[in-house]
Structure formats: C-alpha cells, structure tokens
Design a protein around this ligand. Structure first.
Ligand code: AQP
Length: 337
C-alpha cells in the first residue's frame, strides 16, 4: 500500500459526534488532498471519545457512520490506511509507557483540558487529563513525519514532539519527531452561535454547528440564525467582526476560493443575502458527499472489511515501534523458541 519514498502523514478524528463542517474544512478535506503526495495513516480515534461520557449504542452506530463519511469524503482505502484506534492495542500500550515520560505540569497547561474539564463538574476523568499522551502515542507509533491538525490541536502536537525528543535523548533515537501541517484555510471554523468559540460536534446547541449530514433546508436555517453584528458591512476582520469573518471563512472553504474573493462576491449585499449564499454554497459542497455516504453506510460488510484489513496492517506497523520502545526502556523481551 505504501511507497517507501513518500513521507508518512498521520492524523486522527474522534467519532464523538457526527462530523461538522469544522471537522471537514479543518481536517478531512486536507486529508483527502494529501493522499496523492504522502503515505497517509488516518485513525478513527474511539479511545479518545470515552474521555467524556458516551452512550454505548450511539458510539457503535456513529463509529460505522464516521467511517462511511470519511470514505464518502474521498479518503481512499486503496491508498490510505484508515482504521479504528481501539482495534490496535499498541495505542493503549504505548500511551502507558509515554505516561511515564510526561510531566503533570505539561498536561495541566493544556487548554483543551482546562476547557473540557470546566464543563465536566466535580468528577473529572483521568482520561481527559491524559488525552494528549494518548494522542502522542497515536502519532509516534507510526514514525509519522507530518501531522495535519486544526489550530485547536497545536498544543497537543507540541507535547508529542517534546515527549519524543525527551525519550530519544534519554535512550537513543526511537521516535521520529513529527512536524505539524496546518491547512491555509479552515484551520479554525467557529461556532455559529458564538464566533469566539470553535465549532464542536459535541456542542449542546445544535444551531452552533453544521453537520456534514445536515440537509440543505437545515443548513440554510442554521446559517440564517448565525450570530453576526449590528452593522452591515461584509468584510473580514476577526477582532471587530468575528461572526462575519467566520462566515466568510466558511464560504471561502466551501468554494475553494480566497477570503479576498469571498469578500468581493458580497460587495453591497445585505447580511440576509450573504447568509443565504453561504448556506447554499455549503449545501452544494456537501451534496455529493452526502449521497455517497447514504450509499456506503448501507454496505455494512464492505465497511467491516476495511475495519478488519486496515487494523491488521496498522497493528503490524505499530508493533515494531512498541517493541523497540519496550526494548530501550529495559523490558525483558521473549526469545523465540
Ligand atoms: N472547528 C474546527 N475548525 C477547524 N478544525 C477543526 N477540527 C475540529 N473542530 C474544528 C479538527 O478536526 C480534527 C478532528 O478533531 P477531533 O474529532 O479529533 O477532536 P476535536 O478537535 O475535539 O473536534 P470537535 O468537533 O471539537 O469534537 P468534540 O466536540 O468531541 O471535542 C482535528 O484535526 C481538529 O483540529
């Protein structure tokens, strides 16, 4: 499947909810484009989802749907590895090892932990605190060269690099130190209800996000309700006009044009006309993906065959790094009889 001369790209996405256009423009669309140039390893990160409560049947259903959505979006299982994290035991195993090379102070500084833990009340799960170490294990297991992530994951990627550098310095080169890849556009799609907050699939306010599965009417009605501001100028200015800037960003992503071109399209137009056009443009961009998704999601045995074969390939690659790491630390290795 892989070409030895190409660099390795690794990225993951959680089936913690149905994918939003934040996930699509910030991650999945870039993943699809990168497949031609790199050996790509994409992971449906279900172990990460249980850092917050999940309903078992819903998690199971969503996992299959998320896999179908990734393939419908253009991830090609013939060229890229695409598997479920819990099917490859090495992720949890390396996470434990790396926990012993990570400092409490580092994890306490993570803004995603501060943000999500403030919403969890009294009983904050250790898994939520440890999330960045599992993410470091995900990345380092595959000797990844490049990790495409949205802006929100920059801090976690930095930690993965720090852990790799620390481990390599203490023993000898073991992990490749990965570089981040931040797409030019869509790096941070914001909530439609609060443009100072990123769009998240687990937001309780359903009007805050557009799901990749939303139909045209729903999409247009959500954009109509999107928070803007009280003047009438359609221009990109994140500080003064975060709502309008976010809509311009979404429009430019959906049409694959620059922000300048997006602004030019709405010169002299009203907010109502602008919002309708953004909704229509997003619906048009999603339509072919949605029809492919509807076809694929019914093909249970095809999806299952991808889960099986890709988990096997990923396990083989991951086992090499895990065994090397354990040897360096000093664990006694079984000799073949
Ligand atoms: N709003 C966003 N704008 C740009 N990129 C985004 N990503 C997520 N939201 C946005 C990118 O999507 C990839 C997968 O993210 P994830 O599912 O692993 O976790 P997340 O970042 O926590 O995504 P959500 O939607 O906010 O999930 P919940 O609500 O469960 O926490 C990442 O590359 C991420 O940067």
């Amino acid at each position: 499947m892989f070409d030895k001369d190409k660099k390795i790209i690794y990225s993951g996405i959680q089936p913690s909810g149905e994918f939003t256009i934040g996930n699509y423009f910030g991650a999945i669309k870039n993943w699809v484009a990168l497949q031609h140039e790199y050996n790509c390893i994409y992971n449906l990160a279900d172990l990460h989802t249980i850092t917050v409560p999940q309903e078992p049947a819903a998690l199971r259903r969503r996992t299959v749907e998320c896999m179908a959505m990734l393939i419908a979006s253009g991830i090609n299982p013939e060229n890229s590895l695409i598997f479920l994290q819990s099917h490859v035991a090495a992720h949890s195993q390396l996470c434990w090892l790396l926990n012993c090379f990570t400092y409490m102070g580092e994890l306490s500084r993570m803004t995603q932990f501060k943000d999500k833990s403030s919403r969890q009340g009294a009983n904050i799960r250790v898994g939520l605190y440890d999330y960045p170490v599992l993410m470091a294990a995900d990345i380092l297991l595959y000797q990844s060269d490049i990790v495409p992530v949205g802006d929100d994951q920059r801090q976690h990627l930095e930690l993965a690099r720090d852990i790799a550098i620390r481990f390599n310095a203490q023993y000898s080169p073991t992990f490749k130190v990965p570089e981040g890849y931040f797409g030019e556009k869509g790096a941070r799609i914001m909530s439609l209800a609060d443009p100072n907050k990123k769009m998240s699939k687990s937001d309780e306010n359903k009007n805050a996000f557009i799901l990749m599965k939303d139909n045209k009417d729903v999409i247009i009605s959500k954009f109509k309700k999107a928070v803007t501001d009280c003047d009438s100028e359609i221009r990109y200015d994140i500080k003064q006009k975060p709502g309008i800037s976010n809509l311009l960003e979404i429009y430019s992503c959906s049409r694959s044009i620059s922000i300048k071109e997006a602004e030019a399209d709405f010169c002299g137009k009203s907010y109502a006309q602008f919002k309708l056009a953004v909704g229509e443009s997003v619906a048009d961009a999603l339509a072919p993906i949605q029809s492919e998704f509807e076809r694929l999601v019914k093909e249970k045995s095809y999806i299952n065959s991808i889960f099986c074969s890709h988990a096997q390939t990923a396990s083989n690659i991951a086992a090499r790094t895990l065994s090397k790491t354990m040897r360096k630390i000093g664990f006694y290795q079984l000799e073949k009889q």
